[in-house]
Design a protein around this ligand. Structure first.
Ligand code: CA
Length: 274
């Protein structure tokens, strides 16, 4: 069981320093060599960014510590409003949400979260009524844990939900090559014609997702859902802006595409040059 006695306050996790690629512009790299290196890296665990919403300080600290020790990066807060802001401004990979929160109730928070985000939510609460569980699942929770629970159990649930909702959505697997473009989802490295691209985390995720579906037009709705974890609805300019940034970094334009094609009214396609 999760014990809180004697635990020092857990440190809110910091995002691993992979949000941007190393500052080594125009470094020439032999893709073949990188590919061999990458195959050795497959044991490296992908770090999930978790947001923990829990108002009980001792439980919060114990959970942050337990989840951090198990390889997650954890940010914590104790109010639903703060959590909502966080989900909008810096979307995590998964939210662990307590239902009994001061001010805005966890159910309300969950409903509001669902209006702006498809982020996976695991509810962790002391309420064990079946009606409460059904209500949380109906409000959009992906899973439900009743306190008290052990750290191994919440870790397993978190990983199971991430696997289920994110199967193949996030860059976490094998390197991909499309023409002269080579992407390593583990190391967040993008190499085009032997030159390393300087991409933000989001740009990399977008490029990787498109590369995984190379040759197919990917609807903007799908990109928002899988890359941004946001519902569709007038926010497709976000995709356009990021695609234009990618084009600039890849040395191409919408009028003269090499890899990235906009199919008007449908979506974006990545394809190798003919
Ligand atoms: Ca509580």
């Amino acid at each position: 069981m999760l014990t809180t006695g004697g635990l020092s306050p857990g440190k809110a996790g910091h995002k691993p320093s992979r949000s941007a690629l190393p500052n080594t512009p125009n470094r020439r790299i032999d893709p073949g060599n990188r590919l061999r290196t990458a195959t050795v890296r497959t044991t490296v665990c992908d770090v999930a960014q978790l947001l923990l919403v829990e108002d009980d300080a001792s439980i919060r600290h114990a959970l942050v510590r337990a989840l951090t020790e198990r390889g997650h990066a954890v940010t914590s807060t104790y109010t639903a409003l703060d959590a909502l802001q966080h989900v909008v401004n810096a979307p995590p990979d998964l939210v662990i949400l307590d239902l009994g929160l001061p001010g805005l109730d966890g159910y309300e928070a969950l409903r509001m979260m669902r209006a702006v985000s498809q982020v996976p939510v695991v509810v962790a609460t002391a309420r064990d009524d079946e009606a409460d569980i059904v209500r949380a699942l109906n409000a959009g929770a992906d899973d439900y844990l009743v306190k008290p629970f052990g750290p191994g159990q919440i870790d397993a649930r978190v990983r199971a939900v991430l696997r289920r909702v994110g199967e193949g959505d996030r860059p976490r697997s094998a390197p991909i090559q499309v023409g002269g473009l080579w992407l390593d989802g583990q190391a967040y490295e993008a190499i085009l014609d032997g030159i390393q691209l300087e991409l933000s985390r989001r740009e990399f995720d977008l490029l990787y997702y498109l590369a995984r579906h190379a040759g197919r037009v990917v609807p903007k709705r799908d990109l928002l859902t899988h890359v941004w974890r946001m519902p569709y609805g007038g926010a497709d300019k976000t995709v356009d802006v990021h695609v234009s940034w990618l084009r600039r970094k890849m040395g191409e334009t919408a009028q003269d595409p090499r890899y990235l094609y906009t199919v008007r009214g449908v979506g974006i396609k990545l394809a190798a040059p003919a």
